[in-house]
Design a protein around this ligand. Structure first.
Ligand code: AMP
Ligand code: MG
Length: 342
């Protein structure tokens, strides 16, 4: 290679680096661990000082911490834990946010014909996927847990501000909707603080609004389900929520079978019809919960549901690598993936 071309490459690297830092110039970003995962909030300064933007970010993190304190099943003192402890005993008074999320969860459970079910708590605990004791439970134990699942036994009294799980042994798990809901609240807080554009990412649940510094759209990469740090496709977006549920997030493999963290409430076993599901919607609670619900429904029923609901746009990757897409995902021409056997 000639000296001239080496110099040209060095100059190009400098220009690219300068562009990258210039784009970063207008952004303020912070990452914290909340809800047992990484939460990153990035905002466009748009004339604000760094301190003002940071104050807005702090306010948004407070919203996510609030959701965690109210709805975590890992915190024995959370309102959700109180509701669960009082299953079959008494209605429990809860904050409007808890009532709202449980009501939304029941709504999604109805829409997905019970594939998404916030009462999967007993199954989640029995399988323990993601924990150190994860193992395939005795089939008798799975059968015994089944009567303890069923969103129809959750009674929300909005006027009294209470939630009652009517059967002892049952429990609510909001793990597939609360992260999205937290992202919604965080974005509201940012907007109320005068932020014009930003992204809130609660693990795989993203909510974005406005535009990037310089007026361009946000670029969001969808995780490749079998390549760590690989990107399946990149989207240019504004003001939307996007969530992905996949069998690669938390799982274990036993005797060549992959068991993931998403339960099929109809069988009591981890769902196994798809590899990943990405959902675009206006609200993050909806994108989050529908991604989980469609994952459980599998390719045929999941696709039919997606087609019947134009308020969501869906990208599914099948076990055979086949791509099923609705809405804008359809026009991306994503090629089938190679999914190696476990
Ligand atoms: P996500 O990663 O958003 O798909 O959410 C998965 C989490 O939601 C799990 O870790 C469980 O806590 C909970 N969950 C598992 N299966 C279901 C289901 N079928 N319906 C509702 N929540 C579920
Ligand atoms: Mg989800």
């Amino acid at each position: 290679m000639s000296l001239k071309s080496i110099l040209l490459i060095i100059a190009l690297i400098f220009i690219l680096a300068a562009c990258a830092s210039k784009q970063e110039d207008g952004l303020v970003k912070d990452t914290r661990v909340i809800m047992g995962t990484y939460v990153t909030i990035s905002v466009v300064k748009n004339g604000m000082t760094g301190d003002e933007a940071m104050a807005a970010i702090n306010g948004a993190f407070d919203q996510i911490t609030k959701v965690d304190k109210l709805m975590s099943t890992y915190k024995p003192e959370s309102q959700l834990s109180m509701i669960n402890k009082n299953a079959g005993i008494a209605p429990v008074k809860a904050d409007p946010e808890v009532i709202a999320v449980i009501e939304k969860a029941i709504e999604v459970a109805k829409t997905t014909d019970g594939a998404f079910d916030p009462t999967v708590g007993p199954l989640v605990r029995l399988w323990g996927v993601g924990g150190k004791d994860a193992n395939v439970p005795d089939s008798k134990k799975v059968q015994d847990a089944m009567p303890e699942v069923g969103y129809g036994k959750v009674e929300v009294d909005r006027d009294a501000g209470t939630v009652f799980i009517k059967k002892k042994g049952m429990s609510i798990d909001l793990g597939a909707i609360a992260k999205g809901y937290a992202a919604d609240l965080a974005v509201n807080a940012l907007q109320e603080s005068g932020i014009k554009g930003g992204i809130v990412a609660v693990a795989g649940d993203l909510k974005l609004f406005g535009l990037r510094h310089g007026g361009s759209l946000w670029r969001v990469g969808i995780q490749h389900p079998r390549e760590k740090d690989g990107v399946l496709v990149t989207l240019k977006l504004t003001s939307t929520a996007i969530s992905t549920s996949g069998d690669y997030e938390r799982y274990f493999i036993k005797d060549g079978v992959r068991y993931c963290h998403i339960m099929d409430p109809r069988t009591g076993y981890p769902a196994k019809g798809l590899v990943s599901v990405t959902v675009l919607a206006n609200d993050s609670w909806l994108a989050d919960s529908m991604a989980t619900g469609i994952f459980v429904l599998g390719p045929e029923k999941g696709y039919a549901l997606a087609m019947a609901h134009p308020e969501i746009e869906v990208l599914m990757v099948g076990l055979d690598g086949k791509i099923l897409a609705t809405g804008r995902f359809k026009s991306l021409g994503i090629q089938p993936l190679q999914i190696p056997r476990d």
